[in-house]
Ligand binder design. Structure first.
Ligand SMILES: NC(=O)c1ccc[n+]([C@@H]2O[C@H](COP(=O)([O-])OP(=O)(O)OC[C@H]3O[C@@H](n4cnc5c(N)ncnc54)[C@H](OP(=O)(O)O)[C@@H]3O)[C@@H](O)[C@H]2O)c1
Length: 264
């Protein structure tokens, strides 16, 4: 039995995951949204990087206690699994693993699972989380000065330099390490600190933000960035928007732009 036009568009997108010309995709809303992610990387590190968050109208990605399931509706979950399927690697921060114990697989769509990548600078996560016990390959990235064996459960441990004059790992070094393994289309799935660190380092080509019609009053922030002193100093960008059921998805062409450093 033939599938829907959306199934056909998705199959065409998946066929370009490892190379091909996205300008030849049949016209559809899905092609329009995802084609920019399938372009060949044009950056010196050889990666094309997309960040994503689902946030409330008041800019929160979770409650203060860390609960985030689910801020967006079913359309946002499907969108997230599509991003996983189109990318070679999916990155999450240590706090997301601690809170959600995610699997980061493509259960909601047809398509391959990405390599799972966890950023845990100080290597504090225990081996009991699902990412380290089951499923597709996982890489644990920690600072090069942190001791420990070369594996955490089933995960391979990679040691990388710390970010100069900032917290966390050196993000360009993260991308170089992934590119060296052929993982060139990279999806930064969360949480807020991790997406913000990629943004502050000028390492996001694209940003997908789903805004859900809910107010929490407080909670874990979506973005934590160097403060702009004046409105004119804020990072402005073009965006496109798509309906995801009750939610709105903003697709932002960041093209590696970074927020201005605060004036001394
Ligand atoms: N709504 C959404 O879209 C969404 C998506 C994902 C997660 N969440 C929720 O968000 C919450 C977690 O988000 P979060 O912003 O608090 O934290 P996070 O981004 O998940 O993780 C931050 C932590 O990960 C490590 N880390 C992040 N970037 C790093 C880097 N460049 N180098 C090395 N280590 C790095 C650090 O851990 P160490 O300090 O231990 O090194 C850092 O404190 C959870 O409640 C989760 O449920 C929501």
């Amino acid at each position: 039995m033939d599938g829907t036009p959306e199934d056909a568009a998705w199959a065409a997108l998946l066929s370009l995951r490892d190379g091909g010309d996205p300008s030849r995709l049949p016209p559809s809303e899905l092609s329009d949204l995802f084609a920019p992610l399938l372009l060949p990387p044009r950056t010196p590190d050889g990666c094309l990087v997309v960040g994503r968050l689902a946030q409330t109208l008041d800019g929160r990605i979770a409650t203060l206690s860390g609960s985030s399931q689910w801020i967006g509706g079913q359309g946002d979950i499907l969108h997230t699994h599509r991003l996983r399927a189109l990318c070679h690697a999916v990155i999450v921060g240590a706090a997301t693993v601690r809170q959600d114990d995610p699997r980061l697989t493509t259960r909601e769509v047809t398509g391959p699972d990405p390599v799972r990548v966890v950023l845990d600078t100080e290597r504090r996560l225990a081996p009991g989380y699902r990412l380290f016990r089951e499923g597709p390959p996982t890489l644990l990235l920690c600072a090069e000065d942190v001791p420990g064996p070369d594996r955490l459960g089933a995960a391979e441990v990679l040691r990388l330099p710390r970010a100069p004059a900032a917290t966390g790992l050196c993000i360009p070094a993260v991308l170089r390490a992934l590119a060296a393994r052929g993982l060139r289309r990279v999806f930064v799935e969360g949480g807020g600190i991790t997406v913000s660190r990629f943004l502050a380092a000028g390492c996001l080509d694209r940003l997908h933000v789903t805004v859900a019609p809910v107010l929490l009053g407080s909670g874990i922030p979506a973005f934590t960035l160097p403060p702009a002193a004046r409105i004119a100093d804020g990072l402005r960008f073009p965006w496109r928007h798509y309906d995801l059921g009750p939610d709105v998805l903003f697709d932002i062409a960041l093209d590696r732009a970074r927020p201005a450093a605060p004036s001394p």
